[in-house]
Write a protein that binds this ligand. Structure first.
Ligand code: ATP
Length: 374
């Protein structure tokens, strides 16, 4: 277990006594997710700028006080650092490091010489950050390209994973945005509602790597039920001609991640030693067509928007065979009944038993009444 460095400069426990607004001045919007809005902000009277993620609170989403100190103390060059957490009657404010280098896929499409070697370097950074998180006992649960941000605009800027503390800072209810908000990156065990662990992040890295090397998604189908069946069976191909110029090591790495059985999936520890990840067989030959397909993919994703508001039902129920009410589907354009229909028969026992990824002794903090209006 690595030592999580705590510096007074960074770590301030959930500041319950004062409102976010009394401490910070809020600035321009930086982006939006399915369930949140991110703004630039500045501590009153101090020059440094930060980012703040503002989430609406609801019955299932409150700040979990326990462990905030440790979480905010997680310190790795490939993780966006968290500074402090505030809550008002209706909102949660997660103050974090402001990164300015843009999203991974945006950079890929804008650099002239995109190659397997560039992709491998990005994947190496993602695995380093995720490996640290896993060693500290946390699972990200919401890994997707939008959460992969460069620290700055320099060519050698580290790639940072955002959003890592969110799933754990929030309450014990499983947050549907992380389970179902990004169906394209959800591991089979998540879709089945089974017990899950750190392997779900490795599946997401497999999907991200597949897209990075081809500009295509591994699992696609017009019919949602058929799509879920494919994911549950791990049915994908390295299509020709798109994959023709990609070497065997990159494909082999993906094969080891997109494994349906989470116990047989490559761990972060093993992945960081993988030969393709460390640069062997990751060619520096420019991949112009891949970059242009990633551009199209990115544009399509952005045009879809951030998706629907989350359903706050624990996912074990949300994907149960009976299926939830239709209006609760948090999957953009996807009916959870389709997902329920695609599920295999086995697994109901596990589904009832989905764990929280939080440490066991979590205290749920009651909402305060500062009435912050953001
Ligand atoms: N620390 C940060 N610094 C700068 N920009 C950020 C930061 N965090 C997020 N952003 C920007 O805000 C956008 C939305 O971030 P957010 O975390 O809300 O997205 P999301 O993960 O898709 O949301 P959700 O958690 O609701 O699924 C990001 O895609 C990014 O462009």
């Amino acid at each position: 277990m690595p030592v999580c460095r705590e510096q007074d400069f960074w770590i301030q426990q959930s500041t319950k006594e004062c409102s976010f607004e009394s401490q910070y001045e809020i600035g321009k919007e930086l982006g939006r997710g399915a369930t949140s809005c991110v703004f630039k902000c500045q501590r009153r009277g101090l020059p440094k700028t930060w980012a703040v993620k503002v989430l609406l609170k609801n019955t299932h989403r409150r700040v979990a006080k326990a462990d905030i100190g440790v979480l905010l103390g997680l310190d790795h060059k490939n993780l966006v650092r968290f500074k402090e957490v505030f809550e008002s009657k209706s909102r949660i404010f997660i103050v974090q490091e402001l990164v300015t280098g843009g999203e991974l896929f945006e950079r890929v499409v804008n650099i002239g010489e995109y190659s397997e070697a560039v992709a491998a370097k990005a994947v190496k950074d993602i695995i380093a950050g995720i490996g640290y998180l896993h060693r500290c006992g946390y699972v990200h649960r919401n890994l997707k390209p939008e959460n992969l941000l460069y620290e700055n605009l320099s060519e050698d800027s580290p790639l940072k994973i955002a959003d890592f503390a969110q799933s754990s800072v929030l309450s014990t209810e499983v947050d549907m945005s992380s389970v179902c908000g990004s169906p394209g990156y959800a591991a089979p065990e998540l879709l089945k509602g089974e017990r899950f662990g750190s392997a779900i992040d490795m599946w997401a890295i497999g999907i991200i790597t597949y897209i990075l090397l081809s500009g295509l998604e591994p699992f696609t189908c017009e019919n949602p039920s058929e799509l879920f069946k494919k994911i549950l069976k791990g049915q994908y191909e390295f299509t020709s001609p798109e994959w023709d110029e990609i070497g065997v090591n990159g494909k082999d790495f993906i094969r080891k991640l997109l494994v349906v059985d989470p116990n047989k999936r490559l761990s972060a520890e093993a992945a960081c030693r993988n030969c393709w990840v460390i640069g062997m067989g990751a060619s520096a030959t420019p991949l112009h067509e891949v970059a242009s397909r990633i551009k199209t993919f990115n544009e399509q994703q952005k045009s879809k928007g951030p998706g629907l508001e989350v359903c706050s039902t624990p996912h074990s129920r949300a994907v149960s065979r009976a299926g939830p009410p239709r209006e609760m589907s948090p999957l953009p354009g996807v009916d959870l009944h389709e997902l329920a229909a695609a599920l295999p028969d086995a697994g109901d026992k596990d589904r009832e038993n989905s764990p929280s990824l939080l440490p066991s002794e979590v205290e749920i903090v009651e909402p305060d009444t500062d009435g912050s209006g953001i």
